[in-house]
Write a protein that binds this ligand. Structure first.
Ligand code: ADP
Ligand code: ADP
Length: 229
């Protein structure tokens, strides 16, 4: 069952080609890691998969449907952006932001006991329960990142897209996060993780791809330096 299928994808900014002939598919429960140097097009690719950016050329199907035409199904995509839209979160409390993820998944219906339980559980798992009433704008970078991860997890997504999710997050929380991801995998959630942490990424993922304008599905070619990026 294909959760994601990308064919002949191209993208450019100001006539400069950033993504060239990307072909990729992801099955249910598959965990793909993507590495690559700065400016390689990783964030751009993720934004195209989530539907924020419309590609120059090619097809992107998520849940067997063109991502540009997803409606309801959008709620099954969880996304942790590298640079979140801070403005909208700054004045909100931690628990309100995590609840937002749940509300998306719940079609903005009234939250039930199940929803509140889930919200509490992911806050506990991401160790932000004790700061649930704090204002997002007043948190440290690592705490903010944990809130955004919790928000995406509260959606119970079928496809989880993570753009450097643990930058600024302490090692102990990182480890818990990866344990959580493993549980998600058991629930058949498909995950795409962009990370510079090669140690973690090679340990956790099923498939590792390297991106540098082109996507290399069988690891990085010699000439692409990935260390220290
Ligand atoms: P990565 O995530 O691998 O670091 P990005 O996808 O963020 O790479 O960026 C790829 C290239 O595209 C970079 O050279 C970046 O400067 C450029 N770029 C990214 N976003 C834009 C934009 N909105 N407008 C113009 N250029 C952009
Ligand atoms: P970025 O800072 O990378 O642009 P944002 O969090 O600001 O990311 O989101 C921008 C847009 O991305 C939103 O208007 C929304 O359409 C889409 N988006 C954000 N989060 C999700 C999500 N969890 N699932 C699907 N689409 C999302």
């Amino acid at each position: 069952n294909k959760i994601l299928e990308i064919k002949n994808l191209y993208h450019s900014y100001n006539h400069e080609l950033i993504l060239e002939n990307i072909n990729l598919h992801l099955l249910e429960g598959e965990f793909l890691g993507i590495i690559g140097p700065n400016g390689a097009g990783k964030s751009t690719l993720l934004k195209i998969i989530v539907g924020i950016i419309k590609p120059l050329k090619g097809t992107v199907k998520v849940f067997n449907k063109d991502v540009q035409f997803l409606n309801e199904e959008k709620k099954w995509i969880g996304y942790v952006p590298q640079k979140p839209d801070l403005e909208k979160y700054l004045p909100l409390k931690v628990k309100e932001i995590v609840a937002l993820g749940r509300r998306v998944a719940n079609n903005w219906q009234k939250l039930t006991a199940y929803d509140f339980d889930l919200i509490d559980r992911v806050m506990e798992e991401m160790e932000i329960k004790d700061i649930e009433n704090k204002i997002y704008g007043e948190l440290s970078g690592g705490q903010q990142q944990r809130v955004l991860i919790a928000r995406a997890l509260a959606q119970e997504p079928k496809l989880l897209i993570l753009d450097e999710p643990t930058v600024g997050v302490d090692i102990s929380t990182q480890n818990k996060f990866y344990t959580l991801l493993r549980n998600f995998k058991k629930q058949n959630t498909s995950v795409i993780l962009v990370s510079h942490d090669i140690g973690i990424i090679t340990k956790e993922v099923d498939k590792l791809a390297c991106l540098n304008r082109k996507l290399y599905l069988h690891g990085c070619p010699e000439e692409i330096a990935i260390h220290g990026t």
